[in-house]
Design a protein around this ligand. Structure first.
Ligand code: PAF
Length: 281
């Protein structure tokens, strides 16, 4: 497994692989890798000749400086996980390499970023779109892999690729869960044992929302209320939002039809957790 820190070295490696006719799969990450990331890498390795993983904690997508400061890192464990999975190249640049002094170009998106996390995390998706755009320009992948756990991010990136005529395909991969249902996330490590136990309430609410729709409930308010009332049974959980939106446009809907995205965000202590379900009505 190779590792690069600069854009130039990464491009040189990719160019030489492309010259040999290899396809490139790409998994962008912010490190502190877990089984969720591993499943993206495995899919990329299955489907491509070479797999590149980027590890870069992108300051531009954090609206809260404390959140950025406390973002967990473990470079050695990340390298080991990538190596074991069979990744070919890790691109792990510093902030100055990605954002040169004077950087002032941003990728901003309307509509899809107005609801859910876009509403509660100011400029988050602008930061995500900008860095993912840059990473795509550096790595020039044929396929890039993103988790369904961040459903809005996945939709936003798919739309950006389409709107900006980018020459790659985005592949969405299923959420990986702990045995008690909690979606795997780097943030879970910030939960103390009591909070970790409490956090399972989120997937319970998500599963309940999906079950209700699956079993025929078509009243959005009733589904949202049922999800909220489950979350409210956990004293350590503070609801950020519970919403059901259009599963393609992330816009508010009046009726449950077509593809719907149910998502909830909660705080357990200082840790913000999200989870979702997608359902074809
Ligand atoms: O999902 C993430 O880890 C990040 O948002 C991403 C896509 C790597 C961009 O920084």
């Amino acid at each position: 497994m190779k590792m690069t820190r600069t854009i130039q070295h990464t491009r040189e490696q990719i160019k030489s692989w492309k010259k040999d006719g290899y396809s490139i799969g790409f998994v962008p990450t912010m490190g502190y890798l877990h089984e969720g990331h591993q499943s993206l890498m495995e899919k990329s390795i299955q489907e491509n000749d070479k797999t590149v993983v980027s590890i870069f904690v992108n300051p531009m997508q954090f609206d809260n400086p404390d959140d950025l400061k406390n973002y967990p890192i473990n470079p050695l464990a990340d390298m080991e996980l990538c190596d074991k999975a069979g990744v070919d190249l890790i691109f792990s640049p510093g902030v100055d390499e990605v954002y040169e002094k004077g950087f002032c170009t941003f990728v901003d998106m309307s509509v899809l970023t107005e609801e859910l996390c876009g509403k509660s995390r100011h400029n988050h998706f602008r930061g995500v779109c900008t860095v993912v755009n840059k990473l795509f320009n550096i790595v020039a992948p044929d396929f890039a892999y993103f988790g369904q756990k961040d459903a809005q991010q996945l939709l936003v990136i798919k739309k950006m690729v389409k709107d900006l005529n980018m020459d790659l395909e985005i592949v969405g991969c299923p959420t990986v869960r702990e045995s008690d249902g909690l979606a795997k996330s780097s943030r879970n490590t910030h939960l103390n044992p009591e909070e970790r136990k409490a956090a399972t309430i989120l997937s319970k609410a998500i599963f309940e929302g999906k079950n209700l729709i699956e079993s025929g409930e078509r009243n959005i308010e009733k589904v949202v209320a049922a999800m909220k009332s489950i979350l409210q049974t956990e004293p350590l959980a503070k609801i950020d939002y519970v919403e059901i939106v259009d599963g393609n446009t992330v816009q508010k809907i009046e009726t449950l039809q077509g593809s719907v995205l149910g998502q909830a965000a909660i705080f357990i202590g200082k840790v913000r957790l999200i989870d979702n379900f997608i359902y074809e009505v």
